[in-house]
Design a protein around this ligand. Structure first.
Ligand code: HEC
Length: 166
């Protein structure tokens, strides 16, 4: 009688044990590995638009059609640093993401024209440019125009180039 009782209990427990097992497997599949790899580097992939592979051929949308890059201009970079620190550092860092994407390495993953258009025309960029749009979808904060001139944007770009050359 005692033996049968224990067996009965085991049969009762079986679905419970199985249930936990399945839940365990499900939870170890979900989420888990999603943050692995290139954390902070926004290798944006869009269903119908430029991916990281062709992001260096997308100049973006805005006033800047062509930028001529020469040797690094330290004076210009210094000016760019000043503007960056007063107008952009509230939302951006170089070593990690913040309110907006991490900007270290940005000149290696975006065309100079695209970078300047993002600074000068962010509202249209996040509406129309597939890469900028995808960033907005991820960060959920719209980058706002900081009242900078095209020369200011060029100086900030030089500061980014200097940072990426280190
Ligand atoms: C209010 C916060 C905010 C400010 C201020 C801001 N940004 Fe942004 N920035 C963002 C966000 C958020 C994104 C991602 C796109 C979006 O959501 O609009 C972004 C995207 C960018 C990108 C694209 C990064 C990439 O990985 O491709 C660059 C470049 C950039 N910002 C530069 C600047 C510069 C330069 C300034 C200063 C003139 C500036 N930002 C000011 C929030 C900001």
């Amino acid at each position: 009688m005692k033996r049968k009782g224990r067996l009965f209990m085991r049969i009762l427990m079986l679905p419970v044990v199985l249930g936990f097992g399945v839940a365990g497997i499900l939870s170890s599949c979900g989420g888990g590995g999603s943050n692995s790899g290139s954390e902070g580097q926004d290798t944006v992939k869009v269903a119908s638009g430029p991916t990281i592979a062709d992001s260096m051929t997308n100049p973006g949308i805005g006033p800047v059609k062509h930028v001529e890059l020469g040797n690094l201009d330290g004076v210009m970079a210094k000016k760019g640093q000043g503007i960056f620190e007063s107008k952009c550092a509230t939302c951006h860092k170089f070593e990690s993401k913040y309110v907006g994407p991490q900007l270290g390495g940005v000149t290696k993953r975006r065309m100079p024209e695209w970078i300047m258009n993002q600074m000068l025309n962010p509202a249209e960029m996040i509406k129309e440019d597939p890469m900028s749009k995808a960033l907005f979808a991820k960060y959920l904060v719209p980058m706002t125009f900081q009242n900078i001139t095209q020369d200011d944007a060029r100086a900030i770009l030089e500061y980014f180039r200097q940072n990426d050359a280190k």
